[in-house]
Design a protein around this ligand. Sequence first.
Ligand code: R5P
Length: 253
Amino acid sequence: MKLLLSQSTGYPQDENLMELLFLISNLKDLGAKKVRVVVPYMGYARQEKRFHDGEAVSAKIVANLIQFAGADEFITFNIHEKCVLDFFDIPTTNISAMGAIAEYIDEKIDEKPLIVAPDKGAYPFAQEIAEILDCECTYLSKVRLGPDKVETRIVDVEGSSDETVNVDSVKGKKAFIIDDIIATGGTIVNAVKILKEYGAKSVDVCCVHPILVNGATMRIYAAGANSLISTNSLSADSSRVSLAKSIANVLRD
Ligand code: R5P
């Protein structure tokens, strides 16, 4: 029998990871021919390399464990670094949640929004949503000073090879910030503040994976966000965008 198993590995990540490994292994022991594993949020995926001497490459270890437990296929959403998928020797799929998020935004708006990436790394997400909604997008410039400290600047990206807006276009706009992960919220708090400072009419925040530690939700609202929504890759108050349809679409292939 071919089976599909879905389990996220957010907090408590070690417990959820062990549960996932036991489930995969047990299904195989009990005779499953093929186990397709959907891990909407893969814990430890942000440690795809040694950032400091002596650190473990945690993402690689987790990938090896999932495979060793007997997974035949690995499916996830907006993995932080695509190279993490190279740690697997089984087929992998990295689904984008941007379609589902765009659908949600589309239902909420009555005018064309401005989609904003809080840093250049998230710009492809903003572009994906902007293309679906046929609206403008831009990105902010972020410098990470420490694990929970970032500095953000608005940049005028006009004239670059990308089709983007300039700083003046923020004024009077309904801005939607999009990121893959919100952890401490430092990145988003800065982005909300700067967009408000530059005259955005409202600022809503969307992300795929709501890790939301250290009072992130409260700090994002305190910075002036109108709303904070995410997918249900992890369970949080913000998890209002279901990934079920996106998973079903991939499984149909
Ligand atoms: C960074 O590259 C990611 O896309 C997120 O911006 C980052 O993980 C968010 O972290 P935090 O919420 O702690 O600023």
